[in-house]
Every structure is written in structure tokens, then in C-alpha cells.
Write a protein that binds this ligand. Structure first.
Ligand code: ATP
Ligand code: MG
Length: 456
């Protein structure tokens, strides 16, 4: 049921969000808006995470101030988005996203026959309208920091208590409007350890194929978010359970089917799940090339017909290259992986035998200076632990000899542009409703800056 549950407000004594949990830069933005007479709330996943006592990935603000007013108030505001204008307020090590409360995600009238222009119908709205156009009830909460009130128009608090992910709109309509919400449901459930509410989940199964309506770049972006933030294993299992894996990672879907006699159940134990569960233990956000190498490693083992532990003693680099190239050829039919990350994954996988020191005559200082060393080493640690290959002494050795930061790629004669580490997707597809943003988190995790879809 998605009937209107009415407004519910929790006062300061009824929740445990404290001022110090809000990033100082977010406070600066909230205060300035407030002092100028505007309503300014923290919104969406920020409130969800604060309420649960988690550190939000980003601090998003919604306000009654219109984009031109926001621009006037902040010298450090960068306006993004062509139709719905959002502001990125840039600070030294964070970016706070500020949006005007709006009514619709994005809806336009038919282009006028005279001017050919599509005029936005009333896009700005009240806080309640803004909450209702969001994806899930747990993502529809607001926080008024000046009164210390949690404001719930959509039944998010009840669902937080029940630990469920439920669409705000009826689920069929919600996914028809934006099929990527099916992956977002998996992302929220996996990250928080919540269940997907029955109607919300059954509708995913019904609409799963519609996920292919999303541009490939957006799918890749969503996939990377699923894999990157310490809940990759749960995410893969949920993608499988809700039938999404067949469309998002068809190779993996086929792999799990072949590894299992019961077509509807993925094997509980598989090297694929072992690899991603080790990935989930990493505190530093890995480069996408490490993630691709890990999720494609089971295929390399299959092609080379190797027991996992024997991979590191495999002698034929050319056989590894051939295997990896053909796996990437197949993988890139469904996942829009760039040549750059594909090249890096190849470097990571072919470097592996050189990380095992026993009886080898490798010059450690030379390997450690390679631009791909740190990524290769991260793969080495994660994969060898996942397959129970004892590399403790090698890991201890490389920990001592590793460079503090990755040497730039051009220093080793590689592609100079490859020294920059963008996320693995190209420009946003034209006319997309949400806009790509590069923003460092309020409290940035170690590792490369992350791209996200501007969504709030
Ligand atoms: P995370 O912790 O992964 O950042 P999040 O819920 O904060 O999760 P964001 O992508 O940062 O996700 O989006 C911020 C908020 O914007 C969401 O919480 C939700 O309220 C809203 N939102 C994002 N994407 C959508 C969407 N596709 N449809 C409707 N609302 C959305
Ligand atoms: Mg967020």
C-alpha cells in the first residue's frame, strides 16, 4: 500500500541526529540559506543515513530558494543541469548539492508549435511535493537542522523501523517512470541490510527487462556504486534474486546458472561471491579496474581451466592475455567499459605472478614503481584471500616496499591521460533527466573521487 500516511514530525528528543554529525560545510550552506529567510533542509539519503547513525555519502540540501537566489547567495556556487538547475556549492574538500524543492522529477509540456520549445510545467513545489517525487520512503525524509526536526511526509520512519525499502509511488508507476530505481532499490537494500518490501520487489521482477531502457552509461554508473561501497556481495545476490542480473550482468547470470544444477538458485558458495565478499572488506575505494578484474577473474580461471590457487603460478602470460581479451570482448557487449579500464585490468591480471616472491628473481623496487602496481597489489590481496591462497609473507613484503602513492602512468611511458582517474563512463547521454556530478563527499572516503548522478 502506498496510501498517503500523513505528516509525521520527530522532535529533538525523539531521534538521535546530533549537530556534530552534519558536515561543517553543509552547516555553512544551511545557515546562509536560513539567514536569507529561506527554508533549508537536509534531504534524501543524507537524512536516512544520519537517522541510522551512519556517515552519509553526501550531504544534500533542498530549499525554497530559487536557483538564481542560490547563485546570488554563494560565490562558490556552480549551477549544473539545463532544465532543472541545481547548485554545487564547492568547498575545499567537499561539494554540497543544493536544489530548490520541486514538484516533479522532470516533466515537460509538448513543445510549443510556434517556438519549438518545451516549457517546463510548474517544476518547483512544496517540501511535501518534493518528498513525494522521490524514489523510496526511506529516501523521502527531511531534516530541519534549526529545529532538529525529522519531517516525514511519506511513511519513511515506519519503513525505517521495519527495515524495508518501499517505493513512494505505486511500484509499477515508479519503475515505468525511471527503471533505474530497480537498481537503486537493490543498492539501498544491500547497503543498509534492509529487505525489499513485497510489492516493491515483485514489481522489479515484472519490470526487470525495462532496465535495458536505461542508457548504458547510467547502468555502468549504478553498477559501480553497487560494487564499490562494501556491499557488493549482497548486491549481486539481490540482482540475482530479483532477476536483474540477467540484464545487467548477463555473463555472470549465465556463469551462475552453469555453476549450479538448480537454475533458480545461485550457488551459495562460489569463487565469484568469495571475491566480492573480500572486496567488501576493503576500506579504501578501489579503482574500477580492480573491481572489473575481480568480477571477471572467475571467467579467467574458467578459460584457463585453472584451480584458483594455481593462477599465480601460471606461466603463460600470453594465454592470460588471450583469455582476458576475449572475456572483455564479451563483457563489453553488455557493460560499457572504457578501453582505459580494460587496459588497466589486463595489466593487473598479468602482473599477478610477479607479486609472488617465492623463488622468483623479481626486482621488487622495479615492480613497485610501475604505474599499475598499487591496483595490482590490491587485487592480489583481495583475490588471494578470497581463494585461500597463502600470500601473507608476500603481502607483508609489498606493504613495506609499496610506494605511498601510485606513480603517474605517463612516468612509465604509458598514456599520459591515463594518469587521471575518472570513473568508467563517458559524457552523460543527451537530455538525461539527471545530471552527472563529480563531488567529493562531505567526508570523503580514501581513494579516487567519485562520480554520482545528481539526483536529489
Ligand atoms: P547514497 O547513500 O548511495 O548516496 P542516496 O539515496 O543518497 O544513496 P543519491 O543518488 O545521493 O542516493 O540521491 C539522493 C536522493 O535523491 C535520494 O535519497 C532520493 O531521495 C533522490 N533520488 C535519487 N535518485 C532518484 C530517482 N531515480 N528517482 C527519485 N528520486 C531519486
Ligand atoms: Mg546520497
Amino acid at each position: 500500500m502506498n496510501a498517503s500516511p500523513g505528516l509525521r514530525v520527530l522532535t529533538q528528543t525523539e531521534h538521535s541526529i546530533r549537530d556534530h554529525a552534519v558536515h561543517p560545510d553543509a552547516w555553512k550552506v544551511l545557515r546562509r540559506l536560513h539567514q536569507a529567510g529561506h527554508t533549508a533542509y537536509l534531504v534524501g539519503g543524507t537524512v536516512r543515513d544520519l537517522y541510522l547513525g551512519r556517515v552519509p555519502k553526501d550531504f544534500d540540501v533542498a530549499t525554497t530558494a530559487k536557483p538564481n537566489e542560490i547563485k546570488r547567495l554563494f560565490r562558490n556556487a556552480f549551477m549544473i543541469g539545463r532544465r532543472f538547475r541545481l547548485a554545487h556549492i564547492k568547498f575545499y574538500d567537499s561539494v554540497i548539492e543544493v536544489a530548490t524543492f520541486r514538484q516533479e522529477t522532470d516533466r515537460f509540456e509538448e513543445p510549443s508549435p510556434e517556438t519549438g520549445e518545451a516549457r517546463a510545467i510548474r517544476i518547483y513545489g512544496t517540501p511535501e511535493e518534493d518528498a513525494r517525487r522521490r524514489d523510496f520512503t526511506i529516501n523521502g525524509l527531511f531534516y530541519d537542522p534549526f529545529r532538529a526536526h525529522v519531517i516525514d511526509y511519506v511513511g519513511g520512519l515506519v519503513d525505517m523501523e521495519k527495515r524495508i525499502v518501499r517505493t513512494i509511488a505505486p511500484p509499477d508507476a515508479s519503475y515505468e517512470e525511471d527503471p533505474a530505481r530497480m537498481i537503486r532499490a537493490v543498492r539501498a537494500a544491500a547497503r543498509l541490510g534492509f529487505a525489499i518490501e513485497a510489492d516493491t520487489g515483485e514489481a522489479i521482477i515484472r519490470h526487470r527487462e525495462a532496465i535495458l531502457r536505461c542508457p548504458k552509461a547510467r547502468l555502468l554508473e549504478e553498477l559501480m556504486i553497487l560494487l564499490k561501497y562494501n556491499s557488493a556481495e549482497r548486491s549481486l545476490r539481490l540482482l540475482w534474486n530479483f532477476g536483474l542480473m540477467e540484464y545487467i550482468l548477463p555473463m555472470h547470470h549465465a556463469y551462475l546458472l552453469r555453476r549450479n544444477n538448480l537454475p533458480l538458485h545461485p550457488p551459495n558458495q562460489d569463487v565469484l561471491f568469495d571475491l566480492v565478499s573480500m572486496l567488501d572488506l576493503e576500506s579504501a575505494a578501489p579503482d574500477p579496474s580492480v573491481i572489473f578484474s575481480l568480477i571477471l577473474f572467475p571467467f579467467v580461471l574458467e578459460r584457463l581451466d585453472l584451480a584458483p590457487k594455481l593462477f599465480w603460478s601460471h606461466k603463460s602470460t600470453s594465454a592470460v592475455i588471450t583469455a582476458v581479451e576475449s572475456i572483455f570482448d564479451e563483457f563489453s557487449k553488455s557493460v560499457d567499459i572504457s578501453k582505459r579500464f580494460r587496459g588497466r585490468a589486463l595489466e593487473i591480471l598479468t602482473a599477478q605472478p610477479r607479486l609472488v616472491l617465492r623463488g622468483s628473481n623479481i626486482r621488487p623496487d622495479k615492480l613497485a614503481q610501475k604505474p599499475y602496481f598499487l591496483d595490482s597489489f590490491m587485487f592480489f590481496k583481495i583475490a588471494s584471500r578470497a581463494v585461500d591462497f597463502d600470500t601473507q609473507s608476500d603481502i607483508a613484503f609489498w606493504e613495506k616496499h609499496k610506494p605511498k602513492s601510485q606513480p603517474p602512468r605517463h612516468a612509465a611511458g604509458g598514456d599520459p591521460s591515463a594518469a587521471v582517474r575518472p570513473e568508467p563512463h563517458g559524457a552523460p547521454p543527451p537530455g538525461r533527466r539527471r545530471h552527472r556530478r563529480r563531488r567529493h563527499r562531505g567526508r570523503p572516503p580514501p581513494g579516487p573521487a567519485q562520480n554520482q548522478t545528481a539526483t536529489q
